[in-house]
Design a protein around this ligand. Structure first.
Ligand code: F6R
Length: 606
């Protein structure tokens, strides 16, 4: 939610900041802006809309400088506009600030500052930070910021510059991510690693409350008590190329096609010599002790949690509850030291999930994060972390992160089942073989997308539709429906296949699209009956099922076949055509598929 970048060094700050912002647009694209220091003056340019608008505006402007900060915004306080864009600044143009997060007590601070004579030019919470630092400033920017932080409530990653300190950027973070990139005679700050990968792979992940001072050749970090600290330098494993489109027209399709590889890498990370290993996150004693597993997440990650719950029940016989993170913390959850609480988050930064984690931890649960981003806030807050190996996911709609989250939860279910003596070693190794066969089977779907493109042609003119499935197919349908909504703006809803007739079937008219997921063998006959009920009312049936499922083929208007797979893992094949269907429908509608309206990749507000 909002992306910030800062640069100080031998290069041209404007170029580096704009390149960085391009990699962070997934965090918001309501407006973009940049501030540099040139000839002892702060110069600021900002534009409403996507980064391209700012880039066009800057084309003929001379902003050459060795220091700059930039921002791409996802609006919270104040409409998207030039005026509300960051950087925000003081009236005398001495201080400029970029901010990711929310200043919760901004209204009180604002009225105090107005009483002191400060004039505000935006509706944002961030502007108070600039004026507040100014009101405290006595010739030392670092010290003014540290004093201002004591008065701020909320979440923030901040980058601050002052015209009288043209050789330093000050930055800090609390509950919002911030990394420092360490280059040669240049240093950078950013909300996320892809923004700085072109310049360096060596980074510091700041801890909550850290404040840092960057010059071109030095980085000093202080903890929240202002004691100088050494943070470990992490070397990023993936490279800049992985954060580019690599020949694909969009990140989303690239990421869909990367799934065979990301699934294999996630399996390889956890399976050694044919044996699943989670001993780094769970001890044998803990496995015996836990009588309940909570899986907590938002959106697509929540849907991965539902798949995990099914695997836990079917394979390991373990009782579990899946909850939406924004509800969990306020529902007075039954969670204690006998609960294992698992938090699933691609970004590792989702505020709702983070808050839920803190709640479970405070009530004594053992917490495990499943995340894709090394060093993310959730990974640091949890007792233990399991990393998915999806690589950077840039498209706003999650695809490869989802399938790798599902794989981790399925592996965990097999691991627990074996440890609890519920399945034999042989059975566990059969499951593992089945999971290893998934990548090749996905490739077959990816090689045959024409039928999916045809269905997309039909979908593109529809305004609403349904996704249905029985058992865990319903969880798969939920994910398919969310994907369709977020990138095509077609209103779809997912239902357990037997539930439509209890009311919502009234919405079916001739031509209403109904996407059916029919992968549960023991429920197939029932699902087919539901298809017939819908067809009798004119619905246009698009079924995703095994190629061999002739019964489903016969009753469907369109049939998308996938390979053979154990029912319990079926989502790994069934979700691929659903992702592709949304993608192709979005393209046919001319939507900016990687950056659909109103969304952002990383949701760091409640
Ligand atoms: C949908 C999507 C979102 C995220 C949700 C949680 O495609 O990406 O629903 O899954 O916002 O985000 P993370 O996983 O980063 O916590």
């Amino acid at each position: 939610m909002c992306g910030i970048v800062g640069y100080i060094g031998k290069g041209d700050a404007k170029t580096v900041v704009l390149q960085g912002l391009e990699k962070l647009e997934y965090r918001g694209y309501d407006s973009a802006g940049i501030a540099v220091i040139k000839d002892s003056k702060i110069m600021i340019e900002k534009k409403k809309g996507k980064l391209k608008n700012l880039e066009n505006h800057l084309e003929n402007l001379d902003l050459e400088s060795h220091i700059g900060i930039g921002h791409t915004r996802w609006a919270t306080h104040g409409e998207p506009s030039d005026r509300n864009s960051h950087p925000h600044f003081t009236e005398d143009m001495s201080i400029a600030v970029v901010h990711n997060g929310i200043i919760e007590n901004y209204a009180t601070l604002k009225s105090e500052l107005i009483q002191k004579g400060y004039n505000f030019t935006s509706d944002t919470d961030t502007e108070v930070v600039a004026h507040l630092i100014h009101s405290i400033y006595e010739g030392d920017l670092f010290s003014a910021l540290t004093k201002a932080l004591k008065l701020l409530r909320g979440s923030y990653a901040l980058g601050v510059i002052h015209k009288d300190f043209p050789n330093e950027i000050i930055c800090t973070r609390k509950d919002s991510p911030l990394v420092i990139g360490l280059g040669e005679n240049e240093n950078l700050i950013a909300s996320d690693v892809p923004a700085i990968l072109k310049y360096t792979k060596n980074v510091y992940f700041l801890e909550d409350g850290d404040i840092a001072r960057l010059t071109a050749d030095n980085v000093e970090i202080f903890d929240k008590t202002l004691v100088p600290v050494e943070r470990e330098i992490k070397v990023i494993e993936w490279d800049y190329e992985q954060a580019t489109k690599g020949g694909f027209p969009h990140f989303m399709i690239k990421e869909i096609f990367e799934q065979p590889k990301s699934i294999e890498e996630t399996l390889n990370r956890r399976i050694h010599d044919g044996i699943i290993d989670f001993s780094d996150v769970l001890t044998e004693d803990e496995i015996k002790k836990f009588n309940m597993i909570h899986i907590v997440a938002c959106g697509t990650a929540y849907h991965a949690g539902l798949q995990g719950q099914y695997a836990l029940r079917e394979i390991s016989g373990v009782n579990s509850l899946v909850e939406i993170a924004s509800e969990y913390r306020y529902m007075n959850p039954f969670v204690d030291e006998n609960t294992l609480a698992i938090f699933v988050s691609q970004s590792g930064e989702t505020l709702d999930t983070l808050a839920a984690l803190k709640e479970a931890k405070a009530r004594g649960a053992k917490t495990i994060a499943i995340t894709n981003v090394v060093g993310s806030t959730i990974s640091r807050e949890a007792h233990k972390t399991i990393y998915t190996m999806a690589g950077p996911e840039i498209a706003v709609a999650s695809t490869k992160a989802y399938t790798t989250q599902v794989i981790i939860l399925q592996l965990l279910s097999i691991y627990l089942a074996e440890k609890k003596g519920r399945i034999s070693k042989e059975k566990a190794s059969d499951f593992i073989k089945e999971l290893y066969s998934v990548s090749e089977k996905i490739k077959t779907t990816l090689d045959n997308v024409d039928i999916i493109k045809d269905v997309a042609e039909f979908m593109k003119d529809k305004h609403n539709g349904f996704y249905i499935g029985r058992g865990v197919d319903f969880a798969t349908a939920l994910e398919g429906s969310l994907k369709m909504k977020e990138i095509t703006y077609i209103h779809t809803e997912a239902f357990p296949a037997g539930e439509l007739k209890h009311g919502s079937i009234a919405l079916i008219e001739p031509g209403t699209p109904v996407v059916v997921v029919a992968m549960q063998t023991n429920l197939l006959e029932k699902t087919i009956s539901n298809i017939k009920e819908l067809k009798a009312r004119g619905a246009h049936i698009v079924t995703v099922a095994r190629n061999s499922c002739l019964e489903a083929k016969e009753v469907s208007d369109e049939f998308i076949g996938v390979g053979e797979i154990d029912d319990v893992f079926s989502v790994l094949l069934a979700v691929i055509p659903l992702q592709l269907l949304s993608y192709f429908t979005s393209i046919k509608k001319g939507i900016d598929v990687d950056k659909p309206r109103n969304l952002a990749k990383s949701v760091t507000v409640e």
